[in-house]
Design a protein around this ligand. Structure first.
Ligand code: EPU
Length: 340
């Protein structure tokens, strides 16, 4: 049985800790409840927002619609073959709990994505990634319910059209499906990826000679805990901006003036990815704070709410950062976080 709540504060349900009201709010713990709620909304016709962990969005005003909190739970081994375990996780599971489960079971492939905030259902939406691995690298399929008619559709890896923090669900199919579950294809014979950033250095600090799933996960957790604010203590939604991808010609031109400007060639293209953190630091925003809205001192790509900032204040800060970076570097930063 679904139970709707009117004018509910969304503060506990978004990692920025922004207090706004949802006109209607409803938690959903089974497929039946999901269908019931969609039926109810066919009559009531509210704009629908599906909430996972609430860790990649910023509310700038009250939500004048229906917020559905997806609490579908369960993790199971769907099947296995000679080389892979196929693990199915329901959308309402916490992502890091899924990683922990796989680390303990020795299913290899997502340990580099340890401690990414948010729920499983949101993970394919924006093709989450960290430390050299993206979900698309291990993604087998997902099941989603079509909002218009309640039918359940399976999407394989190609059908999701994954890109850098992108999928079909942010574009052509935006607001048309609710993700119910995800199947990941995890290796039996490990193929570790420790080349990104300072994972190797961290493993040495930990006195690890032969890395394994557990120690890589541990290394990533240690690095993240040092650099990224814990949303339960300081409100934030991880990287607020995407790393911009610019023409390599522009990069080479800028490099003449900014000799230490980092850039990573995007293979098989004339494009270069530049760390937004560097651009933001160069333009003087690192550690900036106005009221309770700020740019995190240890990782400027992350905007934070030190307490009672409003979504509009954080949004305004992001606009100022975009304008300054644009004026200084002719590079347009794009927000990664969804704005409501
Ligand atoms: N940098 C600075 N100043 C800083 C921090 C970083 O200039 O204060 C520059 C350095 O050049 C550094 C580079 O930024 O080499 C890259 O930094 P880092 O490895 O910390 O990663 P990132 O590119 O800033 C991305 C993801 C993170 C993910 C990390 C690690 C995006 C938008 N962000 O950040 O994802 O954890 O790589 O893989 O792609 C998230 O999406 O919420 C998120 C945290």
């Amino acid at each position: 049985m679904i139970q709707l709540q009117e004018n509910t504060s969304l503060k506990p349900f978004n990692s920025f800790g922004i207090h706004v009201l949802a006109k209607q709010f409803c938690t959903v713990s089974s497929l039946n409840e999901m269908q019931e709620l969609l039926e109810w909304n066919k009559i009531n016709n509210y704009p629908l927002l599906v909430l996972g962990g609430g860790s990649n969005l910023l509310f700038t005003k009250n939500y004048d619609g229906l917020v559905l909190q997806n609490l579908l739970k369960g993790i199971s081994l769907e099947k296995e073959d000679e080389s892979y375990y196929y693990v199915k996780a329901m959308a309402g599971e916490n992502w890091h709990q899924l990683v922990t489960y796989c680390v303990h079971k020795q299913y290899q492939g997502i340990e580099n994505m340890s401690l990414i905030p948010g729920n499983v259902g949101a993970s394919p939406m924006q093709n989450i990634g960290a430390y050299g691995v993206e979900i698309k690298d291990v993604f087998e399929s997902l099941e989603a319910i079509q909002i218009s008619d309640g039918s359940i559709v399976t999407f394989n890896n190609t059908a999701c059209k994954f890109g850098y923090r992108e999928s079909i669900f942010k574009h052509e199919l935006r607001n048309q499906f609710i993700i119910l579950s995800v199947v990941l294809k995890l290796r039996k014979t490990p193929k570790y990826n420790t080349s990104y950033g300072n994972i190797e250095e961290e493993l040495i600090n930990m006195n690890v000679q032969e890395p394994n799933i557990q120690s890589i996960s541990e290394a990533v957790i240690r690095i993240r805990q040092r650099k990224l604010p814990d949303p339960s203590k300081i409100g934030n939604a991880g990287s607020f901006f995407k790393n911009p991808i610019i023409p390599t010609a522009l990069y080479n031109q800028l490099k003449k003036d900014y000799k230490d400007m980092p850039g990573f060639a995007v293979s098989a293209t004339a494009l270069t990815k530049v760390p937004a953190a560097w651009l933001i630091e160069q333009t003087g925003w690192k550690g900036f704070r106005t009221g309770d809205a700020g740019c995190y001192p240890l990782q400027p790509l992350v905007l934070v709410n030190y307490g009672t900032a409003t979504g509009a204040e954080i949004y305004n800060l992001s606009t100022q950062i975009i304008e300054k970076v644009q004026a200084s570097f002719r590079i347009l930063l794009e927000r990664e976080v969804n704005i409501y």
